[in-house]
Design a protein around this ligand. Sequence first.
Ligand SMILES: [Zn+2]
Length: 271
Amino acid sequence: MTTPFWSVKFQKSVSPKGVDMQNKVQATPRLYKEVASKLLQEIQSGNYAVGARLPAERDLAVKYDVSRPVIREAIIALEVQGLVDVRVGSGVYVHSATGQKMIPAGDVSAIELTEARLLVESEVAALAASQITDDELAELEALVRKIEQENKTAGGKEEADADFHLAIAKATKNSALVESVERLWELRNTSREAALLHEKARHANIKPVVDEHTAILHALQERDPAAARAAMRAHLLQVLDSLLFATEQRAVDEARRSMQAKRERYSQLTA
Ligand SMILES: [Zn+2]
């Protein structure tokens, strides 16, 4: 495959020893999709009939030789499709054997999504720099302060970040660009993988960086398209870096859980 345009920067900042991080990212298993497909086959073949309860998470983990979080993700994927009902404290029940398309088209990876944001939003910022009004600048300034406040609240919401990026899109006065940026943020919220990775990044205490947003604001205040483009690009490269960090963390966690599942299975065999 071709080398993504940001990988040079990424390898420099995260992998000084020149390890091929790109391959690691590509190798991150999207096992849950495979498991979800297998479960769907079982449901459609009648092995798990409508109304029946699926085996427990730990048993499914052993059966498919994956970690329990992978099973959980697969169940969520089936739930989104209306194939199963998750009843808290009771279990997972087959609701229907006819789902829609297995994996929604919107299920892009967090890395793909941020790469697209990097391309689109850098140019959006450049255009906004030449169009933005004083009122819109005041709004952005308030949003930077809101990002700062949200960062201080433990487990708080992260609405100001989205609002900041959408406000810049609106400042272009180009409704196609506004729709594009809105859609990218929507994908971030609807893609399971993106949501999980962002959650992981949040747990690792990676928060929207105020300085990066301030730099974008300053460039827009100067009405300097080149500086705005560069500041937005720098910001989203940092987001990419933090996601790649979270991806690695996740791969390590997965490997650990998979080992644990194998151990459990072995101890069951030898018990
Ligand atoms: Zn941001």
